[in-house]
Design a binder for this molecule. Structure first.
Ligand code: FMN
Length: 202
């Protein structure tokens, strides 16, 4: 079963970014794509800040990302950028940790003032980790996610954008699985001898 790692970069226990991730994990499960959540704020702080990649919690999180078929990163915007918590974690990932994986960035902010922070701050870091396919991110303001009965009500426009982004992510993962299945057939059935033009499909 393919799996996606959903990375939460919020320090808050009642988080809009976490709510966006829940809205990604459910439709992925309905398409038989498992989600493994990495909540950075719950990782051992000494190991996280000290860069102890041998610590079991950190090692497990890194291994989950390395073996994932896709990655979703959700972060609040703090001081016109993505969260420092997320940066500390991303700094621990090996070079190319995101290579050959579709990556979907999600962000929540107080207003649209720093809408472009995903493009100018987060996406370059994801690209530096090898991400070649960064799906168009989804940004939600506090007005898009009003508190309601202990949860958040999502505006219809953001709900639509999120649903389209999840469809795009799932489609890429399913297509890759189909490719792998094709390549795993016995040689007598696998007729094409053409080398792949896409190294990530291997
Ligand atoms: C310390 C702090 C700094 C913030 N800075 C920004 C900012 O620069 N731009 C912005 O749009 N929102 C900013 N916000 C608002 C948060 O991004 C917003 O409330 C977000 O939805 C919080 O996400 P979370 O609930 O997942 O933690 C800030 C919030 C805090 C607490």
């Amino acid at each position: 079963m393919p799996h996606v790692v959903t990375v939460l970069g919020s320090a808050s226990s009642h988080s809009r970014s976490a709510n966006l991730l829940e809205r990604v994990e459910l439709p992925l499960a309905q398409r038989s794509i498992e989600s493994v959540r990495v909540e950075i704020r719950k990782l051992a702080p000494d190991a996280l800040l000290g860069g102890d990649v041998a610590h079991p919690q950190i090692a497990e999180a890194i291994a989950a990302i390395e073996s994932a078929d896709g990655v979703v990163v959700a972060t609040p915007l703090y001081k016109a950028s993505y969260s420092g918590l997320l940066k500390v974690f991303l700094d621990l990932l090996p070079r190319d940790a995101l290579r050959c994986k579709p990556v979907l960035p999600l962000a929540t902010g107080g207003s649209l003032a720093h809408l472009l922070a995903v493009d100018y701050a987060l996406n370059p870091v994801l690209a530096s980790l090898g991400a070649e396919h960064i799906i168009g991110g989804v940004f939600a303001t506090e007005a898009d996610m009003r508190q309601l009965a202990g949860t958040f009500e999502l505006s219809p426009s953001v709900a639509t954008r999120l649903s389209e982004a999840v469809d795009g992510l799932a489609q890429i993962i399913e297509d890759k699985q189909d490719l792998r299945a094709l390549r795993c057939r016995p040689p007598s059935v696998h007729v094409s001898k053409e080398p792949s033009t896409n190294a990530c499909a291997a």
